[in-house]
Ligand binder design. Structure first.
Ligand code: BG6
Length: 477
């Protein structure tokens, strides 16, 4: 089946990876430890390690999936050539902070780390691929957790800005699109990834989480300011783990529960896009005994340095109710959702809801009226490499096509959308489970959950399909 849809002329088609899930080479060329480097895979206690990372740091595990990962560090030329062959207009990747500042607090950067990203960026530009850089994708150096307590410490704002300054100056004229923090709302749900935080011993974790979030929001605003001073053509985006919550029923109590759940996400983008804390935060903080330490200049900083565009990830809608006790739930992106009887689910239990993407886009655009960028979306599935080296991932084509159809509908609704980068365009390690077998890519990487495989790359059926989508600017879906 081929569907024809309309997309804007300069729509940025592409895909996304993150350093911590694809690069490997975890100690190469002076790199410091990233949060993911201290975690085992799911079978060996990843969940517990995420919940108490300082303890995990002192533990020795049999296998650390990130240490070699899919070795993008040594395969980037071959990988970017494959992306170019698909016709990518943009490539989203992240820079690993600990490659540039191994301990996070040095004043001078590590030249060897920078030289790696020089090469990645040059390689993209040689194919006319626009780099879309995430400055921090779950990647605050472990040393900043150990020595400073992570983002609960205000000093991290300065360390982050020093890091940003190095990147902005070095890549002016080469990189235009920047994202300050990947899925900034995830700090509430996976504090190690989101904020290099260990909250296992905290008496009021909410206090620590929201104080850390405040520091990141200020850091993001100051980075936006710095970026615009260094190069006024830079476009700076926030990044949300998106997806609208639906109410379980038309019971007004369920409607209210959904409003409250959505607010926990909007909270972040309200600050980054509107420039001030939403009114509902006052009551929310009071009821949880959260007292934010806000410096006098912070509110001005937030107000005058809002983002240029809003990026987000979307994997599934979410469902909630006033009474969760008697209802079945299912897995989702980090946190579970109630089971929606109208939706099918992936092998990992994530619900599949393409129309939910149109709903989320309309919600975000109605609320902020700034251009949107879908920077993560995709299907995690078990792929089979056949004896003739082919991979038939028709299910991934269907998933992606159905989501692209809804994006084009949202654009027709009036939403301004800059582009689409499919998640894990080359197979990588899953963030939540540490698995390799949860594959998202158009390119298969020969590696299994135990670290076996020769890392060879193979084109999946979806590779050719996506190539034709891009070549036709969405007219052949
Ligand atoms: C997002 C993250 O939350 O979801 C990615 O930004 C992550 O880093 C993606 O990989 C998919 O989640 P998972 O757990 O399947 O890798």
């Amino acid at each position: 089946m081929t569907v024809s849809k309309k997309f804007p002329q300069h729509f940025l088609w592409g895909g996304a990876l993150a350093a911590n899930q694809s690069e490997g080479a975890f100690q190469k060329d002076g790199k410091g430890l990233s949060p993911v480097d201290i975690l085992p895979d799911g079978k060996h206690g990843r969940k517990d390690a995420l919940a108490a990372p300082l303890k995990a740091l002192k533990t020795t595990y049999d296998y650390y999936p990130s240490h070699e990962s899919v070795d993008f560090y040594h395969h980037f030329k071959e990988d970017i050539a494959l992306l170019a062959e698909m016709g990518f207009k943009t490539f989203r990747f992240s820079i690993c902070w600990a490659r540039i500042f191994p301990n996070g607090d040095e004043s001078e950067p590590n030249e060897a780390g920078l030289s790696f990203y020089d090469q990645v960026i040059e390689e993209c530009l040689s194919y006319n691929i626009e780099p879309l850089v995430t400055i921090n994708h779950f990647d605050t150096p472990v040393a900043l957790m150990v020595n400073y307590g992570g983002w609960k410490n205000r000093q991290l704002i300065d360390f982050y800005l020093n890091y940003c300054q190095v990147l902005f100056k070095r890549y002016t004229g080469k990189v235009k699109y920047w994202l300050t923090f990947n899925e900034i709302n995830m700090i509430l749900h996976i504090p190690l990834f989101g904020g290099a935080l260990d909250i296992s011993e905290e008496s009021n974790p909410d206090q620590v989480l929201y104080q850390s979030a405040h520091h990141q929001l200020v850091a993001s605003a100051l980075a936006t300011k710095l970026a615009h001073e260094i190069d006024p053509t830079f476009q700076i985006g926030c990044m949300l783990a998106g997806a609208t919550y639906y109410p379980y029923s038309c019971n007004p109590k369920d409607i209210w529960a959904a409003i409250e759940a959505n607010r926990t996400n909007y909270f972040f983008i309200d600050v980054q896009s509107k420039g001030y804390y939403p009114k509902f935060a006052e009551r929310f903080f009071k009821e949880r005994n959260i007292q934010l330490e806000i410096m006098p200049e912070d509110l001005e900083t937030l107000a005058t340095n809002t983002v240029d565009f809003i990026s987000f990830s979307y994997y599934s809608s979410r469902l909630t109710s006033d009474d969760l006790s008697d209802k079945e739930s299912t897995e989702g992106n980090v946190f579970a959702s109630l089971k929606n009887p109208y939706l099918e689910r992936t092998e990992w239990g994530w619900q599949i809801d393409p129309l939910g993407l149109r709903i989320t886009m309309n919600d975000l655009y109605d609320r902020y009226e700034k251009p949107l960028f879908i920077v993560e979306n995709g299907l995690g599935a078990k792929d089979i490499l056949e004896a003739d080296n082919t991979i038939d991932d028709t299910y991934r084509i269907d998933y992606t096509r159905n989501h692209l159809i809804e994006i084009s509908e949202a654009i027709a609704d009036g939403v301004d959308c800059l582009g689409y980068t499919s998640w894990g365009c080359i197979d990588l390690i899953s963030a939540s489970t540490g698995e390799m077998s949860k594959r998202y890519g158009f390119v298969y990487v020969d590696r299994d959950d135990n670290g076996n495989g020769d890392l060879k790359r193979y084109k999946k059926k979806s590779f050719t399909w996506y190539q034709q989508v891009i070549a036709s600017n969405g007219e052949k879906l």
